[in-house]
Design a protein around this ligand. Structure first.
Ligand code: HEC
Length: 127
């Protein structure tokens, strides 16, 4: 009975998280995970990244450039994330994030809204 309940909850929870994922976030998925149980992949896991200092995902091997940005006090806010997503290599010169950047402001905003909806444990902040 309990097993069936867990199974049923799992079936409900997973599609809900995926349902509101903005289409543009698909471009991040080859390298990044977010949500319950997200782990570091080619890039660091992004749970709770909005409000987190740069280079702060546990156990991830950041570039020297990103580590230096943390020392310089870079924190991921809506503003710095917008700059980073537009031109990663412009905000953090020498970053190992191989992503040219994106120009569509609505897509960037939708991605940041999505990122902001996960707390540091991968739970949803916004239902
Ligand atoms: C080709 C792989 C790749 C893609 C695609 C990619 N990233 Fe990254 N990302 C990385 C890597 C690698 C790093 C670590 C950079 C470093 O250490 O300099 C990173 C770092 C980041 C960071 C900084 C995290 C931290 O803990 O400081 C954010 C935020 C981020 N990526 C968001 C995104 C978003 C949003 C997208 C989609 C629009 C995206 N990335 C697409 C590989 C990628």
């Amino acid at each position: 009975m309990r097993f069936l309940l867990v199974l049923a909850l799992g079936l409900v929870v997973v599609p809900v998280a995926a349902q509101d994922m903005p289409p543009a976030f698909k471009r991040c998925l080859p390298c990044h995970a977010i949500g319950e149980g997200a782990t570091n992949k080619l890039g660091p896991e992004l749970n709770g990244v909005v409000g987190r200092p740069a280079a702060d995902a546990y156990g991830y091997s950041y570039s020297a450039a990103m580590l230096a940005a943390q020392v310089d006090g870079l924190e991921w806010t809506r503003q710095t994330l917008t700059q980073f997503l537009k031109r990663p290599k412009h905000l953090v010169v020498g970053t190992s994030m191989s992503f040219a950047g994106m120009t569509d402001r609505a897509e960037i905003d939708a991605i940041i809204d999505y990122l902001a909806s996960f707390d540091s444990g991968g739970g949803r902040v916004v239902p």
